[in-house]
Design a binder for this molecule. Structure first.
Ligand code: 2P0
Length: 319
């Protein structure tokens, strides 16, 4: 982008997103170009508020949930490197203040909403006026999954074919699904030991099983598109759950092994399978962390809450 003068403080919100077909593996590390296309649902009001304002002291300042981070911290460095894409060679620095209303680093993709909100804020601060798909390309360079958080509802991340990545961005699907619910089962909100970036790199480099992943993901993506078009909840749930478990199988087959599950994660999976055996249409998906995200429909919410009393539920399209 062409840079003009930096303006005063601006704030933007972007939602977190949960992938039904996961992004796992890069064909280009520097540009965050994925090996496979993915499909997610944005979480409505759960996400990140990011405020950006110019500072005069010659370095970026990064704040997360009310605390200033050390410039040497992983997140600070990632944010500063991302701002480099906007400021280019200009002597412009910013205070970036991000507040998440979801647990940070607990596998709830706060980096996705954070970089999406930061992209919107930088676009405003520098008066760039970029179109949505270009904003999504920029967000992707901060964190791959952030390109999906630029949009609401169902979003497909088209992997693209270009080497410069300009065709690798999120696209919002037209379809809605009133009554579609996501439930967050928090197993552990602590910081995870291996972040997604190094986790997916390790999987690509060491797991033979990963060779089967691109085909699995492509097949799952078409099933999900069909399920969304026909509002076939069973097809959607089965596909999303199998996709997540397939991704985790490639992680477990890495070396050193990458197992994000805790005993309570497995217990929650078994509870979901038990409820399904009793006839309830409830499915789960999991990301690079121990927490489960449940997929279900509004008419099952009350009964599901009896089995998962602390469930935080979101209805991305209302009910
Ligand atoms: C996803 N995840 O599709 C997958 C499933 C985690 C598991 O996208 O290196 O933080 O910044 O591009 O976007 C998390 O990976 O990784 C993620 P980078 P990112 O939601």
């Amino acid at each position: 982008p062409k840079v003009t003068a930096a303006s005063a403080s601006v704030e933007h919100f972007a939602p977190s997103n949960i992938a039904l077909c996961k992004y796992w593996g890069k064909r280009d590390q520097a540009l965050n170009l994925p090996v496979n296309a993915s499909l997610s649902i944005s979480l409505d009001y759960l996400g990140s508020f990011t405020r950006v304002e110019p500072v005069e002291n010659g370095v970026d300042e990064v704040w997360l949930n009310g605390h200033q981070l050390l410039p040497s911290s992983r997140f600070s460095q990632k944010v500063s490197a991302f701002i480099d894409l906007f400021r280019r060679d200009q002597d412009l620095h910013f205070k970036v203040d991000t507040r998440n209303n979801i647990p940070t680093a607990a596998g709830l993709a706060s980096s996705a909403s954070g970089f999406a909100a930061l992209t919107l804020a930088m676009n405003d601060a520098l008066a760039l006026d970029l179109p949505p798909e270009h904003l999504s390309v920029m967000a992707r360079m901060g964190s791959g999954s952030a390109c999906r958080s630029l949009f609401t509802g169902f979003v497909e991340w088209e992997m693209g074919v270009r080497e410069d990545g300009l065709d690798s961005h999120g696209v919002q699907l037209e379809q809605t699904w009133p009554g579609f619910c996501i439930g967050l089962v928090e197993i552990d909100a602590g910081e995870k030991a291996t972040d997604s970036r190094s986790g997916m790199q390790r999987t690509v480099e060491t797991a033979h099983l990963y060779q089967s992943w691109p085909l699995q993901a492509a097949a799952d993506l078409s099933k999900l598109q069909q399920a969304i078009a026909e509002r076939d909840f069973e097809l959607l749930g089965q596909t999303a759950e199998q996709n997540a478990l397939s991704m985790h199988a490639t992680m477990i087959a890495s070396w050193p092994p990458l197992l994000y599950w805790q005993p309570e994660s497995v217990a929650a999976m078994q509870k979901v399978w038990q409820l399904r055996a009793q006839g309830m249409q409830v499915y789960f998906t999991m990301d690079a962390g121990p927490n489960l995200k449940l997929l279900f429909q509004q008419h099952d919410r009350a009964e599901l809450l009896q089995h998962f009393p602390t469930l935080e539920t979101v209805e991305p399209f209302g009910n």
